[in-house]
Ligand binder design. Structure first.
Ligand SMILES: Cc1ncc(C[n+]2csc(CCOP(=O)(O)OP(=O)(O)O)c2C)c(N)n1
Ligand SMILES: [Mg+2]
Length: 461
């Protein structure tokens, strides 16, 4: 690919007339160049900035090069080139801590946990990963015992949730998919809040009208989960656009899986965010499976990060099982989004350690050895535990007593949630609109009439 001929460009000291963002095939993949096109009657001016300077080049409409508005800066060539859709090379995956919990000897100070975090914060992050693991284990069993109707675990993905949540502020608004309960946990959602929602009792904000795991919290800026896949992605672009209009100093964060990235909504959302320059972090948890569909059947090309580049969105790929890589990449992503006012796509490579949900049996479509390999060797929990053990901040005994304490706490929250009353039947109709509409009033009357004619199962016929 041709290099950028800086010599033919005029260097500017002041640029006031930014007009329109474009992408350019001159821009190197990981470069920081930004192009802006400005057109006046017959001339186009192309402004190109790197992180330090801005350059300008003029083109007239009659010029034989560079002025197609659909791909400004595309050089002409008389050699027909078909660019390979499946490239050999892959976007590299950022990793700081290996599977033994050792920190890379060449990592910069800026990305070194020992230089950037207090010990108490490191321990707290690990404890939250453990809490998440305990909660998932116990609520999964509770579903198997018939105590709740449905559950989704995030086994193997503990670092994606806790690492990203710890790098954000609660004022950053989260649009989740359904496997990000760790973000809520980090923000202060309690075991009681989780259990109330999963039991669908009257104490939870949706009053039992949602399926289990469809959490939401206004106070914690976590938008309620929607079942239809990818719903949250265009919503997040729109929300971020609103944040931009209100000059917010926070960002929108949108979590989704690689399977959801096959939905049309994903593409619409990325294009809106790119063109409207929305401060949104698209955070893809690429865990290798969309229920029973493995990633290799889900898409071609270089994963999900490669798609960000196609939309002109800065993109990064990170080891989602490495808590530190997740933490530092999300920190940096947020900073970049706030600096540039543009979206960023972060692909976290991880592995879905459990079944898709309690309605799934993954042994039907993947080998036990595969699960063992990922869950044992690449476990984010094990890596982090070793990291803390090397620093004498944790040991096996502490691990066991912490898990035991959390189990007791979760169990008591679950028992309380089971005993709590269910919301009255009328609440099925309340809160849908500010006032009950005539058609809902009609449905409510019919339902109450119908139920008054039914006998309770304990009554004899
Ligand atoms: C519109 C729509 N289509 C299909 C489904 C069924 N469905 C629920 S989750 C899922 C797979 C999603 O996979 P991915 O986005 O990779 O997330 P993961 O479960 O791996 O975390 C599918 C197909 C749905 N909920 N909504
Ligand atoms: Mg997936």
């Amino acid at each position: 690919m041709a290099s950028w001929p800086k010599s033919s460009w005029k260097k500017l000291t002041h640029v006031t007339d930014w007009y329109k963002t474009t992408s350019s095939c001159y821009v190197p993949r990981w470069g920081r160049l930004v192009d802006r096109l400005c057109s006046t009657q017959n001339t186009f001016k192309l402004y190109r900035s790197d992180s330090r300077n801005t350059f300008c080049r003029r083109y007239s409409a009659s010029s034989s090069e560079y002025y197609f508005p659909g791909a400004v800066g595309a050089p002409y060539t008389d050699k027909l080139e078909c660019i390979a859709g499946e490239k050999e090379g892959r976007i590299p995956c950022f990793r700081i801590m290996n599977e033994y919990g050792e920190i890379s000897s060449t990592v910069s100070k800026q990305h070194h946990p020992d230089h950037q975090l207090e010990p108490v914060m490191m321990t707290s992050m690990y404890q939250h990963m453990l809490k998440l693991h305990v909660m998932d284990t116990m609520l999964y069993s509770a579903q198997r015992q018939g105590r709740i109707s449905f559950y989704m675990t995030s086994f193997g993905e503990e670092a994606t949730a806790i690492g990203s949540a710890a790098a954000l502020e609660t004022a950053d608004v989260v649009f989740g998919q359904y496997r990000e309960q760790g973000v809520l946990l980090w923000r202060g959602f309690t075991y009681r809040d989780f259990c109330n929602q999963c039991c669908g009792n009257a104490l939870e904000p949706a009053k039992g009208r949602q399926m289990p795991v469809h959490y939401g919290s206004k106070e914690l800026n976590f938008v309620t989960i929607s079942s239809p896949l990818a719903t949250q992605i265009p919503q997040a672009s729109g929300y971020a656009y609103g944040m931009k209009l209100s000059n917010s100093r926070n960002i929108t964060v949108c979590y989704f899986g690689e399977g959801a990235a096959s939905e049309g909504d994903f593409h619409a959302a990325l294009n809106f965010a790119a063109t409207l320059e929305c401060p949104v972090l698209f955070l893809c948890r690429n865990n290798g499976y969309a229920i029973s569909t493995p990633a290799k059947e889900q898409y071609r090309g270089d994963g999900i990060a490669g798609r960000g580049l196609a939309y002109g969105i800065d993109s990064m790929r990170v080891d989602g099982n490495d808590l530190w890589a997740v933490y530092f990449s999300v920190k940096e992503a947020k900073q970049r989004i706030l600096e540039t006012g543009r979206p960023l796509l972060l692909e976290l490579l991880t592995y879905r350690g459990g079944h898709h949900s309690t309605s799934d049996d993954s042994s039907r479509y993947r080998q036990k050895t595969e699960i063992e390999m990922y869950s044992e060797r690449l476990s984010p929990l094990r890596r982090m535990k070793r990291f803390l053990e090397f620093r004498n901040r944790w040991n096996e005994e502490m691990d066991q007593s912490y898990v035991e304490e959390q189990r007791r706490e979760l169990l008591s929250a679950l028992e309380e949630a089971e005993k709590a009353p269910k919301a009255p039947l009328e609440d099925l109709f309340n809160d849908v609109y500010d006032e009950l509409t005539p058609h809902l009033q009609q449905q409510k009357t019919k339902l109450l009439e119908f139920l008054s004619r039914q006998k309770h199962p304990t009554e004899s016929s």
